[in-house]
Design a protein around this ligand. Sequence first.
Ligand SMILES: Nc1ncnc2c1ncn2[C@@H]1O[C@H](COP(=O)(O)OP(=O)(O)OP(=O)(O)O)[C@@H](O)[C@H]1O
Ligand SMILES: [Mg+2]
Length: 332
Amino acid sequence: MSQTTAPLLEIEALYAGIDRRDDPVTILRDVAFDIRPGEMVGVVGESGSGKSMTALAVMGLLPAAVSVTSGSVRFDGDDLVAVSQRAMREVRGRRIGMIFQDPMTTLDPVVKVGRQIEEAYRIHHRGASRAAARARAAEVLELVGVPDVSRRMQQYPHQWSGGMRQRAVIAMALVNDPDLLIADEPTTALDATIQAQVLEVLARARSELGVAIMLITHDLGVIAQYADRVIVMYAGQVMESATTAELFDDSRHPYSQALIRSRPALAEPGGRLPAIPGQPPSLDRLPAGCPFAPRCTSTFKSQRCVEEPTAVAASADGRLSACHYRDLQEMS
Ligand SMILES: Nc1ncnc2c1ncn2[C@@H]1O[C@H](COP(=O)(O)OP(=O)(O)OP(=O)(O)O)[C@@H](O)[C@H]1O
Ligand SMILES: [Mg+2]
Protein backbone atom coordinates (compact mmCIF):
# COMPACT_ATOMS: atom_id res chain seq x y z
CA MET A 1 0.00 0.00 0.00
CA SER A 2 1.44 3.34 -1.03
CA GLN A 3 2.54 5.59 1.83
CA THR A 4 1.07 8.55 -0.04
CA THR A 5 -2.55 7.34 -0.07
CA ALA A 6 -4.66 9.59 2.17
CA PRO A 7 -5.54 7.79 5.41
CA LEU A 8 -9.03 6.39 5.84
CA LEU A 9 -8.76 6.53 9.62
CA GLU A 10 -6.52 9.00 11.41
CA ILE A 11 -6.37 8.86 15.19
CA GLU A 12 -4.57 11.86 16.68
CA ALA A 13 -3.53 12.63 20.25
CA LEU A 14 -6.46 10.62 21.58
CA TYR A 15 -7.00 10.60 25.32
CA ALA A 16 -9.81 8.73 27.06
CA GLY A 17 -10.45 8.15 30.70
CA ILE A 18 -12.75 7.87 33.65
CA ASP A 19 -13.61 11.31 34.91
CA ARG A 20 -13.88 10.73 38.63
CA ARG A 21 -13.41 14.01 40.44
CA ASP A 22 -11.33 12.60 43.27
CA ASP A 23 -9.64 9.89 41.26
CA PRO A 24 -9.55 10.35 37.47
CA VAL A 25 -8.01 7.54 35.44
CA THR A 26 -6.50 7.96 32.00
CA ILE A 27 -7.15 4.84 29.92
CA LEU A 28 -5.83 6.03 26.55
CA ARG A 29 -2.93 8.44 26.46
CA ASP A 30 -1.91 10.27 23.31
CA VAL A 31 -2.89 7.39 21.02
CA ALA A 32 -2.12 8.15 17.38
CA PHE A 33 -2.00 6.03 14.26
CA ASP A 34 -3.66 5.82 10.90
CA ILE A 35 -5.07 3.19 8.58
CA ARG A 36 -5.08 3.65 4.83
CA PRO A 37 -7.74 2.27 2.49
CA GLY A 38 -7.45 -1.48 2.10
CA GLU A 39 -4.69 -1.81 4.69
CA MET A 40 -4.51 -4.51 7.38
CA VAL A 41 -3.16 -2.92 10.56
CA GLY A 42 -2.50 -5.11 13.59
CA VAL A 43 -2.89 -3.79 17.13
CA VAL A 44 -1.03 -5.85 19.68
CA GLY A 45 -0.23 -5.62 23.38
CA GLU A 46 -0.79 -7.37 26.67
CA SER A 47 -4.18 -7.58 28.33
CA GLY A 48 -5.34 -4.17 29.56
CA SER A 49 -3.12 -2.19 27.18
CA GLY A 50 -6.09 -0.34 25.68
CA LYS A 51 -6.62 -2.20 22.41
CA SER A 52 -10.38 -2.67 22.85
CA MET A 53 -10.81 0.84 24.28
CA THR A 54 -9.15 2.28 21.18
CA ALA A 55 -11.54 0.32 18.96
CA LEU A 56 -14.56 1.32 21.03
CA ALA A 57 -13.47 4.98 20.97
CA VAL A 58 -13.40 4.83 17.16
CA MET A 59 -16.89 3.31 17.14
CA GLY A 60 -18.28 5.78 19.70
CA LEU A 61 -19.10 2.82 21.91
CA LEU A 62 -16.94 3.37 24.99
CA PRO A 63 -18.41 2.02 28.24
CA ALA A 64 -20.55 4.57 30.08
CA ALA A 65 -17.86 5.40 32.63
CA VAL A 66 -15.23 6.10 29.97
CA SER A 67 -15.11 9.09 27.65
CA VAL A 68 -12.79 10.69 25.13
CA THR A 69 -11.23 13.70 26.83
CA SER A 70 -9.25 15.08 23.90
CA GLY A 71 -7.91 14.27 20.48
CA SER A 72 -9.57 13.30 17.26
CA VAL A 73 -10.60 10.27 15.23
CA ARG A 74 -10.79 11.38 11.62
CA PHE A 75 -12.62 8.98 9.37
CA ASP A 76 -12.82 9.91 5.72
CA GLY A 77 -12.59 13.58 6.69
CA ASP A 78 -15.04 13.68 9.63
CA ASP A 79 -13.96 13.80 13.27
CA LEU A 80 -15.94 10.96 14.84
CA VAL A 81 -15.30 12.37 18.30
CA ALA A 82 -17.24 15.50 17.34
CA VAL A 83 -20.05 14.23 15.08
CA SER A 84 -23.62 13.86 16.30
CA GLN A 85 -24.98 10.58 17.65
CA ARG A 86 -27.14 10.39 14.58
CA ALA A 87 -24.22 10.75 12.18
CA MET A 88 -22.29 8.21 14.25
CA ARG A 89 -25.08 5.67 13.88
CA GLU A 90 -24.79 6.08 10.13
CA VAL A 91 -21.02 5.44 10.23
CA ARG A 92 -21.29 2.52 12.63
CA GLY A 93 -22.29 -0.68 10.91
CA ARG A 94 -22.36 0.93 7.49
CA ARG A 95 -18.96 2.55 6.93
CA ILE A 96 -17.18 0.84 9.82
CA GLY A 97 -18.05 -2.73 10.70
CA MET A 98 -17.00 -4.20 14.03
CA ILE A 99 -16.42 -7.70 15.26
CA PHE A 100 -16.54 -7.49 19.04
CA GLN A 101 -14.17 -9.26 21.36
CA ASP A 102 -16.88 -11.57 22.65
CA PRO A 103 -18.36 -12.84 19.38
CA MET A 104 -20.79 -15.27 20.94
CA THR A 105 -22.80 -12.35 22.29
CA THR A 106 -23.17 -10.82 18.80
CA LEU A 107 -25.67 -13.36 17.50
CA ASP A 108 -29.14 -13.48 18.98
CA PRO A 109 -29.81 -17.13 19.92
CA VAL A 110 -33.54 -16.93 19.16
CA VAL A 111 -33.34 -15.40 15.67
CA LYS A 112 -32.40 -17.37 12.57
CA VAL A 113 -28.92 -16.54 11.32
CA GLY A 114 -30.04 -15.39 7.88
CA ARG A 115 -32.63 -13.08 9.39
CA GLN A 116 -30.02 -11.44 11.64
CA ILE A 117 -27.79 -10.61 8.70
CA GLU A 118 -30.75 -9.35 6.68
CA GLU A 119 -31.69 -7.03 9.53
CA ALA A 120 -28.15 -5.69 9.80
CA TYR A 121 -28.52 -4.77 6.13
CA ARG A 122 -31.98 -3.26 6.41
CA ILE A 123 -31.00 -0.95 9.30
CA HIS A 124 -28.90 0.92 6.76
CA HIS A 125 -31.02 0.26 3.68
CA ARG A 126 -34.48 1.24 4.83
CA GLY A 127 -36.07 0.95 1.43
CA ALA A 128 -34.69 -2.50 0.68
CA SER A 129 -37.17 -5.34 0.23
CA ARG A 130 -36.96 -8.56 2.25
CA ALA A 131 -35.93 -10.34 -0.94
CA ALA A 132 -33.11 -7.89 -1.63
CA ALA A 133 -31.90 -8.16 1.97
CA ARG A 134 -32.03 -11.95 1.75
CA ALA A 135 -30.04 -11.93 -1.47
CA ARG A 136 -27.41 -9.65 0.06
CA ALA A 137 -27.20 -11.81 3.22
CA ALA A 138 -26.71 -14.91 1.07
CA GLU A 139 -24.03 -13.14 -0.94
CA VAL A 140 -21.92 -12.19 2.11
CA LEU A 141 -22.39 -15.61 3.70
CA GLU A 142 -21.03 -17.12 0.52
CA LEU A 143 -18.14 -14.67 0.53
CA VAL A 144 -17.14 -15.79 4.04
CA GLY A 145 -17.27 -19.43 2.98
CA VAL A 146 -20.47 -20.70 4.53
CA PRO A 147 -21.58 -23.80 2.58
CA ASP A 148 -25.18 -24.57 1.67
CA VAL A 149 -26.20 -21.00 2.37
CA SER A 150 -29.95 -21.07 1.73
CA ARG A 151 -30.46 -23.95 4.16
CA ARG A 152 -28.02 -22.54 6.72
CA MET A 153 -29.76 -19.17 6.75
CA GLN A 154 -32.89 -20.87 8.10
CA GLN A 155 -31.04 -22.24 11.13
CA TYR A 156 -30.49 -20.80 14.60
CA PRO A 157 -27.00 -19.92 15.85
CA HIS A 158 -26.80 -23.02 18.09
CA GLN A 159 -27.06 -25.17 14.97
CA TRP A 160 -23.84 -23.61 13.68
CA SER A 161 -20.35 -24.58 14.90
CA GLY A 162 -18.18 -21.96 16.60
CA GLY A 163 -16.14 -21.36 13.47
CA MET A 164 -19.25 -21.04 11.29
CA ARG A 165 -20.84 -18.66 13.80
CA GLN A 166 -17.74 -16.49 13.60
CA ARG A 167 -18.09 -16.47 9.82
CA ALA A 168 -21.67 -15.29 10.30
CA VAL A 169 -20.43 -12.51 12.60
CA ILE A 170 -17.94 -11.44 9.94
CA ALA A 171 -20.67 -11.59 7.29
CA MET A 172 -22.83 -9.34 9.43
CA ALA A 173 -20.00 -6.84 9.80
CA LEU A 174 -19.46 -6.86 6.03
CA VAL A 175 -23.07 -6.84 4.87
CA ASN A 176 -23.13 -3.07 4.33
CA ASP A 177 -19.83 -3.10 2.47
CA PRO A 178 -17.91 -0.99 5.01
CA ASP A 179 -14.62 0.79 4.27
CA LEU A 180 -13.14 -0.32 7.57
CA LEU A 181 -13.60 -3.47 9.61
CA ILE A 182 -12.46 -3.53 13.21
CA ALA A 183 -11.87 -7.08 14.38
CA ASP A 184 -11.21 -7.35 18.12
CA GLU A 185 -9.62 -10.73 18.85
CA PRO A 186 -11.78 -12.38 16.21
CA THR A 187 -10.33 -15.84 16.68
CA THR A 188 -9.41 -16.11 20.36
CA ALA A 189 -12.34 -18.33 21.27
CA LEU A 190 -11.65 -20.78 18.44
CA ASP A 191 -9.27 -23.71 18.17
CA ALA A 192 -6.15 -23.37 16.06
CA THR A 193 -7.37 -24.89 12.77
CA ILE A 194 -10.56 -22.86 12.85
CA GLN A 195 -8.61 -19.71 13.78
CA ALA A 196 -6.55 -20.06 10.62
CA GLN A 197 -9.70 -20.49 8.52
CA VAL A 198 -11.35 -17.42 10.01
CA LEU A 199 -8.22 -15.34 9.41
CA GLU A 200 -8.21 -16.51 5.81
CA VAL A 201 -11.80 -15.29 5.57
CA LEU A 202 -10.69 -11.83 6.75
CA ALA A 203 -7.78 -11.83 4.34
CA ARG A 204 -10.11 -12.75 1.50
CA ALA A 205 -12.64 -10.06 2.47
CA ARG A 206 -9.82 -7.60 2.32
CA SER A 207 -8.55 -8.66 -1.07
CA GLU A 208 -11.98 -9.09 -2.65
CA LEU A 209 -13.75 -6.09 -1.14
CA GLY A 210 -10.78 -3.80 -0.53
CA VAL A 211 -11.95 -3.28 3.06
CA ALA A 212 -9.31 -1.93 5.47
CA ILE A 213 -8.97 -4.00 8.64
CA MET A 214 -7.89 -3.10 12.17
CA LEU A 215 -6.95 -6.49 13.56
CA ILE A 216 -6.62 -6.59 17.34
CA THR A 217 -4.82 -9.66 18.59
CA HIS A 218 -2.55 -11.08 21.27
CA ASP A 219 -1.00 -13.35 18.71
CA LEU A 220 2.19 -12.11 17.09
CA GLY A 221 2.06 -15.06 14.70
CA VAL A 222 -1.21 -13.68 13.33
CA ILE A 223 0.36 -10.24 12.99
CA ALA A 224 3.38 -11.68 11.20
CA GLN A 225 1.21 -13.51 8.72
CA TYR A 226 -1.55 -11.01 7.99
CA ALA A 227 -0.76 -7.42 8.97
CA ASP A 228 0.91 -4.80 6.79
CA ARG A 229 1.69 -2.62 9.79
CA VAL A 230 1.60 -3.01 13.54
CA ILE A 231 0.72 -0.75 16.44
CA VAL A 232 2.20 -1.96 19.72
CA MET A 233 0.29 -0.72 22.77
CA TYR A 234 1.17 -0.73 26.45
CA ALA A 235 -0.64 0.86 29.40
CA GLY A 236 -2.92 2.84 27.10
CA GLN A 237 -0.11 4.24 24.95
CA VAL A 238 1.37 3.43 21.60
CA MET A 239 4.90 2.17 22.15
CA GLU A 240 5.85 1.51 18.56
CA SER A 241 4.34 1.84 15.12
CA ALA A 242 6.07 -0.03 12.32
CA THR A 243 5.62 -2.12 9.24
CA THR A 244 5.35 -5.80 10.07
CA ALA A 245 8.76 -6.50 8.55
CA GLU A 246 10.36 -3.66 10.52
CA LEU A 247 8.83 -4.86 13.76
CA PHE A 248 9.99 -8.44 13.44
CA ASP A 249 13.39 -7.73 11.92
CA ASP A 250 14.43 -4.69 13.86
CA SER A 251 12.00 -3.49 16.52
CA ARG A 252 12.91 -0.22 18.19
CA HIS A 253 11.09 -0.35 21.49
CA PRO A 254 12.21 -2.60 24.36
CA TYR A 255 8.57 -3.57 24.92
CA SER A 256 8.17 -4.78 21.34
CA GLN A 257 11.50 -6.57 21.65
CA ALA A 258 10.33 -8.28 24.85
CA LEU A 259 7.08 -9.35 23.17
CA ILE A 260 8.97 -10.83 20.24
CA ARG A 261 11.52 -12.56 22.47
CA SER A 262 8.84 -14.12 24.63
CA ARG A 263 6.80 -15.27 21.65
CA PRO A 264 6.11 -19.00 21.57
CA ALA A 265 7.80 -20.99 18.81
CA LEU A 266 6.25 -20.46 15.40
CA ALA A 267 5.31 -24.13 15.41
CA GLU A 268 2.97 -23.52 18.31
CA PRO A 269 -0.16 -22.20 16.64
CA GLY A 270 -2.45 -19.74 18.30
CA GLY A 271 -0.10 -19.10 21.21
CA ARG A 272 -1.10 -16.14 23.36
CA LEU A 273 1.65 -13.82 24.48
CA PRO A 274 3.61 -15.54 27.20
CA ALA A 275 4.55 -13.51 30.21
CA ILE A 276 7.22 -10.88 30.11
CA PRO A 277 8.59 -10.80 33.67
CA GLY A 278 6.62 -8.37 35.84
CA GLN A 279 3.13 -6.91 35.42
CA PRO A 280 1.77 -4.00 33.41
CA PRO A 281 1.23 -1.03 35.72
CA SER A 282 -2.18 -0.22 37.10
CA LEU A 283 -3.56 2.74 35.13
CA ASP A 284 -4.37 4.69 38.28
CA ARG A 285 -0.80 4.32 39.48
CA LEU A 286 1.23 4.88 36.33
CA PRO A 287 4.91 5.60 36.77
CA ALA A 288 5.90 9.21 36.04
CA GLY A 289 8.16 8.25 33.16
CA CYS A 290 7.89 5.49 30.58
CA PRO A 291 5.18 3.03 31.68
CA PHE A 292 7.40 0.13 30.64
CA ALA A 293 10.45 1.35 32.60
CA PRO A 294 9.85 -0.90 35.65
CA ARG A 295 10.04 -4.00 33.40
CA CYS A 296 12.50 -2.71 30.85
CA THR A 297 15.76 -4.62 30.55
CA SER A 298 17.32 -2.45 27.85
CA THR A 299 20.96 -1.65 28.42
CA PHE A 300 20.15 1.97 27.60
CA LYS A 301 17.65 2.33 30.44
CA SER A 302 18.40 5.31 32.66
CA GLN A 303 16.94 7.59 35.29
CA ARG A 304 15.40 9.56 32.43
CA CYS A 305 13.13 6.59 31.64
CA VAL A 306 11.82 6.59 35.19
CA GLU A 307 11.24 10.34 35.34
CA GLU A 308 10.41 11.69 31.91
CA PRO A 309 7.08 10.86 30.20
CA THR A 310 7.35 9.27 26.79
CA ALA A 311 5.63 9.92 23.49
CA VAL A 312 5.94 8.40 20.06
CA ALA A 313 8.43 10.24 17.88
CA ALA A 314 10.53 9.43 14.85
CA SER A 315 14.10 8.24 15.19
CA ALA A 316 16.82 9.61 12.92
CA ASP A 317 15.95 6.96 10.33
CA GLY A 318 12.22 7.65 10.53
CA ARG A 319 11.06 4.77 12.75
CA LEU A 320 8.25 5.55 15.22
CA SER A 321 8.87 4.59 18.82
CA ALA A 322 8.08 5.93 22.28
CA CYS A 323 11.48 4.93 23.67
CA HIS A 324 13.62 7.84 24.89
CA TYR A 325 16.56 5.94 23.41
CA ARG A 326 14.89 5.30 20.06
CA ASP A 327 18.07 6.22 18.22
CA LEU A 328 20.13 3.68 20.13
CA GLN A 329 17.66 0.80 20.02
CA GLU A 330 18.35 -1.92 17.55
CA MET A 331 17.56 -5.54 18.02
CA SER A 332 20.75 -7.44 18.53
N1 LIG B 1 -16.04 -1.17 31.19
C1 LIG B 1 -14.95 -0.54 31.63
N2 LIG B 1 -15.05 0.54 32.42
C2 LIG B 1 -13.95 1.17 32.86
N3 LIG B 1 -12.69 0.82 32.55
C3 LIG B 1 -12.52 -0.25 31.78
C4 LIG B 1 -13.64 -0.98 31.26
N4 LIG B 1 -13.14 -2.00 30.51
C5 LIG B 1 -11.81 -1.90 30.56
N5 LIG B 1 -11.43 -0.85 31.32
C6 LIG B 1 -10.04 -0.42 31.58
O1 LIG B 1 -9.47 0.03 30.36
C7 LIG B 1 -8.13 -0.44 30.26
C8 LIG B 1 -7.88 -0.91 28.86
O2 LIG B 1 -8.71 -2.02 28.64
P1 LIG B 1 -8.92 -2.70 27.23
O3 LIG B 1 -10.15 -3.53 27.36
O4 LIG B 1 -8.87 -1.70 26.15
O5 LIG B 1 -7.64 -3.63 27.13
P2 LIG B 1 -7.24 -4.65 25.98
O6 LIG B 1 -5.90 -4.23 25.49
O7 LIG B 1 -8.34 -4.77 25.01
O8 LIG B 1 -7.06 -6.01 26.81
P3 LIG B 1 -7.47 -7.52 26.43
O9 LIG B 1 -6.31 -8.03 25.65
O10 LIG B 1 -7.58 -8.18 27.75
O11 LIG B 1 -8.74 -7.50 25.67
C9 LIG B 1 -7.96 -1.56 31.29
O12 LIG B 1 -6.94 -1.22 32.15
C10 LIG B 1 -9.25 -1.62 32.03
O13 LIG B 1 -8.99 -1.49 33.39
MG1 LIG C 1 -9.62 -6.23 24.51
